[in-house]
Design a protein around this ligand. Structure first.
Ligand code: FES
Length: 165
């Protein structure tokens, strides 16, 4: 699946950059440590925006295309940030036939974001997932670790209202 690029401006801090530089300095003697550096970078920033990929490419002296290629190939790397509350709607078969598509669409409309995007205030992100093994509760969505089942589109407002802060 093609990964989406972040819809939000990069907001890295000098502290994060210093941490990343330290990791790069410790690993740049060996280009095969690229994945290790990228993993650390994701721990530091929560995802790998193009600005961070650039720092890694320059520091490790590898082409940016290589860093980008690795970040899009491996599922463990995220190109978009997660919100404080990540809403994940199951679009697996059981959920889909019971109406998870319209639930996803309503969330998308209410939050003003699409799949793999994050609201400008960093509060909500929206993703679609495959079966999470709770088909008996279809259609299902999760908000971080919280599971909501047997949903209809009319439940969307109530769920969002629970995450005011
Ligand atoms: S298809 Fe959604 S939980 Fe299984």
């Amino acid at each position: 699946m093609k990964k989406k690029i972040s819809n939000l401006p990069f907001k890295g801090t000098p502290e994060q950059e210093a941490q990343l530089k330290k990791v790069i300095d410790e690993n740049k003697h060996d280009k095969s440590n690229l994945m290790v550096v990228m993993q650390h970078a994701q721990d530091i920033y929560g995802y790998l925006p193009i600005e961070v990929q650039n720092m890694i490419a320059e520091g490790m002296e590898v082409p940016l295309e290589k860093v980008y290629g690795v970040s899009t190939f491996y599922a463990q790397f995220a190109l978009t940030p997660k919100g404080k509350y990540n809403i994940s709607v199951c679009l697996g078969t059981a959920c889909y036939v019971k109406g998870s598509g319209p639930i996803f669409d309503k969330l998308s409309e209410k939050l003003g974001i699409g799949a793999d995007e994050c609201t400008a205030d960093g509060k909500f992100s929206l993703t679609a997932c495959r079966c999470i093994g709770a088909c008996g509760l279809a259609p299902v969505l999760t908000v971080n670790d919280e599971v909501y089942g047997r949903l209809t589109v009319d439940d969307v407002d109530d769920i969002l209202a629970k995450y005011k802060d």
